[in-house]
Structure formats: structure tokens, C-alpha cells
Design a protein around this ligand. Sequence first.
Ligand code: FAD
Length: 554
Amino acid sequence: MNPLSSKNRPALIDGLRQQTFDLIVIGGGITGAGVALDAASRGLNVALVEKDDFGAGTSSKSTKLIHGGLRYLKQFEIKLVKEVGRERAIVHRLAPHLVVPEKMLLPLVKGGTYGPLATRAGLWVYDVLAGVTGADKRQMLNREETLKKEPLLSPEGLLGGGYYAEYRTDDARLTIENIKTATDYGASCINYVQAEDFIYNDEGKVSGLICRDRLGEQEIQIKSHHVISAAGPWVDTLRKKDKSLSGKHLFLSKGVHIVVPHEKLPLRQSIYFDNDDGRMIFAIPRNRATYIGTTDTPYEGDLNKIPIDLEDVQYLLRATNQMFPDINLEVEDVESSWAGLRPLIHEEGKSASEMSRKDEIFESDSGLVSIAGGKLTGYRKMAERVVDVIADKLAETKKLKKNHTRKIPLAEGKLKNQKEVEAYKQQLHQRLGSYGLDKNDTDYLTANYGTQAEQILDHLSVQDSNDPEQQLILAELEYTMEYEMVNTALDFFNRRSGRLYFNLPSIMPNLDAVLNRMGEKLAWEEERIQQEEKSVKEAISWVSEFTVKEKATS
Ligand code: FAD
């Protein structure tokens, strides 16, 4: 059985109880997943525990760009821009189907944040820092060229545009592919296991974790020589538990995105545009949808349930309607949305958007090592840095291999570059026709799974439904339960397939079929099926109905 099969859970839990690991990683977001892969590939015996599903924290709620962070240039974050700028190309090479080139158009408008001269200089520096060459190099466009690229832009006050290369991804899928590859290197990764307390040895050093299995409600004690906390917004909660929360601490900033059907905002390409408050917003087409974001506001509420306020939705709609005046988007057009928390390192006197996106490592007297901050884009380097800390501690007892994750492809690694991805897409398209599936389905399958789509196709031919969409959904479900530890219906509809955000209308017509299949495979009682149905319906309401913030009354 595959170690990440949903059915392998009891064996995995036994394994966690029986061994003493070199390293336990707390948190299965992109940072923890990257750390598990880095450490396991250097020869460490690694366990990873995630309290929810892999990627369920910030790592499924970002703008989903693998980008250099053009706006950080304005804050003179040269080192950060250089590092993440260079990482883009590496992560693209590791998973070219999942990290796809995305040209970005930056319209230059009268009175906007970026003037033509500053943009020309900024994009040049951006290219140089990231080592961009060839067709990916930036271009400056005049007004007509800009409107040709995107006719929906408001011509009023438009001066021209900057045109440059970034990459688009699916953050939750990038996370699960890192988890899968870490597992290939022997890591024991499990979701729905929460670290509740630390175990300390006689010298007061962390020597393991007391965890709770949130699906089986049992306690699991795991022994380990070292512990890294990659708990994102929860890093300080764990530092507090370790009694080591002092000095620098996290500042959480909330970012909201909204999704509209593509026909409501039929962009030809991604745009990075100015709002009149001086903030910059992305609008990114993605198959049958276009998504818009983000906001950047301080957050102090429940970390596990981040509300999407009507005010935030209206802010994004207003900004979009200003930039694309013929569109007139309304709240009713918003099909789905999400809100995520940036775990930033607090800096006195700075606003959320001014705070640095640099990562930071904290080491406590007990030996707990925590890593926070940073970007999705820089996850591989963050992992390298924090595993180096553990390698130093182990130097006298264990010789580790050097970091080599830049050479470890994700998701089978059969597709080597964009050209091969396109060729595979073409080939898949021809084969999918006989199942009644179209180009959107081919694009979706290729981007989500790469050549792993072959295993989904094997399941496709044996589904008994007559509806092509349902056949595809059930085939994907079979694959993700077997290879990607899908334990709840939302793991599937949200983090594995992205349907909760990008294809919400496909969920309800297929919910019963998915619940029945999961019930059959995982031997669920009727009560569990009802509970799952309730949580999917609640999630749909959560992303498509918006909260009105209570105003403070004097
Ligand atoms: P998380 O993904 O939050 O992972 C931490 C995990 O730890 C969670 O899954 C949580 O459940 C788990 N956990 C917590 N406590 C425990 C416990 N006690 N036991 C077990 N598990 C626990 N970066 C980019 O590069 N490009 C972008 O386009 C981009 N856009 C962004 C837009 C927004 C709105 C936001 C909020 C961030 C964006 N970022 C972007 C930043 C990026 O998303 C984050 O830096 C990254 O996802 C953080 O990952 P993480 O693994 O550190 O945290």
C-alpha cells in the first residue's frame, strides 16, 4: 500500500509511536513540507505532523504566484528579491506543469504608483537580480500595445505598460507534491495529527511531542532528537507552549481574494494594477475563472476560521471596476473567495504592507527551532537554511548530505520543461475526447497532476457514472485517496482539486457520489457521512457568503 494512502493511517500511526526520529517537523504547509523533503533527502529520519490537512493553513490561501515580488524593490529588499527571483526558475524546473510561466502586465497610469521611468528601471533591476534572460526579459509597451494585450483596461489616463515574466502555481498542490516526494525519501508525514505539547528530557531539551490524532481521538507520543516548528501563523502559539516566546514575534496580516467566473472578467492575461489608495492588486485568469487579490490588513481573530468580510470584497470589486470600467462586477458575481494570514515578523511602526517578507529562524533554550515569515516562492531556500541549523547540531554525531533539493523533481519529474508540458497536454486532450472531456479538463488535469494524470485515467475507464464530469471527479478521488492522503471530502474538494475556489458549481451535483465513494472505501458510518456533508456545505457558504463586520459603537 502507498504510505500516503488514506487506508495506511493506522500503520503510519504505529510507526510514529515506535521509532525515535532524528527530526519531527510541526506543520504541513509549504515550509514544513519543504523542510521534510530537504531533511529526508539529506539522510535524516523525519516525521511530519499536520493538525489539519496538508496546506490547510496559509499555503492554500496565497495569491498562488511564484514571483520575485516586484513591489519589494520599492522597499529596497534587494536580497529577498534576488533570492526569490532566482528560486522562481528553480521551482519551475522542478515541476513545470504546476509552476507555469505567466506573463504579467503592469499598466502605467497617470498618478499611479509606478511611473514609466521608475518601471523601466525597476523591471531592469528585477531581471538582473533574478538572472532573467531571453524571451522572459521585461518589455516596455506603449499605450496602444498595452491596450492590445488587454483591451478591457481603461484607456483613460493609460500611459503604457510594463510586461514581465512571473510564474503561477497552485500552492496546496505544490505543498502536497513536496509531502509526496519527502515520503519517497522515507519521511513519515501525516495529516490531522496535532502537536499539543512538547516532551523534554532531563536536561530540559525537547525530545518529542505529545500529539492528538484528530480523526481517531487518540494520543500519540513521538520521540525525536530535534523538532522544527514550521507552524506558520501558529509559530508563536507553540513558542508560548515551549515558554520561549520573547523578543521578535509574529504579526499576522490578512489577505482576501475573490473569484468570479471568467466570462464576468474575461481577461486575456494577468494584470498587476494600481488601486487609488496606493496598493497594488493582481487579477489572474485561471481556466473557467478569474481571481482578484489581495487585501493586507492586521488580524487578531481566530486563526482557524478567517472571515471574508463584505468590506474586503467590496474593496476588491471597486478597485477592479475602476481599472476595467466596462465590467461592473457586483458582489453577486463573486462565486468563491478565500482569506489567508501572512505570518510576518513584527516591525515596530510599520504597516502590514510595509513589513518585510523575510523569513526568520528562532531557536529556544529547549532546542526548539522555529521558522516563520518568508514566501511560498522561497520555501526551498527556507528549508535549506533551517535544516542547516539541525545539521550543525548533528555535526558531531551524524554526517549529513549537502542540500540538493534543486535537483529533486516533484510529481514524477517526467516532464522536463514547458515544451514537454504543452506536448503532454495535446496528447492528453486527444485521449480525453472519448470520455466527453474538453480542453478545460485537459488543462486542469495537466496543471494539477502532470503525468500522474495517467493514474487518474486508469480509474476513469472504470467509473459507472454516465456524466463525464462525475467520472473525472470520482477518478481523481480514487487517485488522491490512494496517493495523497485524502481523509475528508474537503481535503479533496479544496486542497487536492481546488474546486472549492475555482469550480464551486461542480461540487453540489457531485457531493453525494463523492461521499458514497469515500464512505465505501473508508468504511464510514452514516453519521460520518452526514458530518462530512455538513462541513462541505458550511465551507461553500463560508467562501460565497460574506460577513458584515460589526462596527464599534461609541
Ligand atoms: P502555513 O501554510 O500556514 O502552514 C503551517 C501549518 O502548520 C498549517 O497547515 C497548520 O495547520 C499547521 N500547524 C499549526 N499548529 C500546529 C500544531 N500544533 N500541530 C500540527 N500542525 C500545526 N507567497 C508567494 O510566494 N507568492 C504569493 O503569491 C503569495 N501570496 C500570498 C497571499 C496572501 C493573502 C498570503 C496570506 C500569503 C501569500 N504568500 C505568497 C506567502 C505564502 O503564502 C506564505 O509565506 C506560506 O504559505 C507560508 O507557509 P507556511 O508553511 O509557513 O505556513
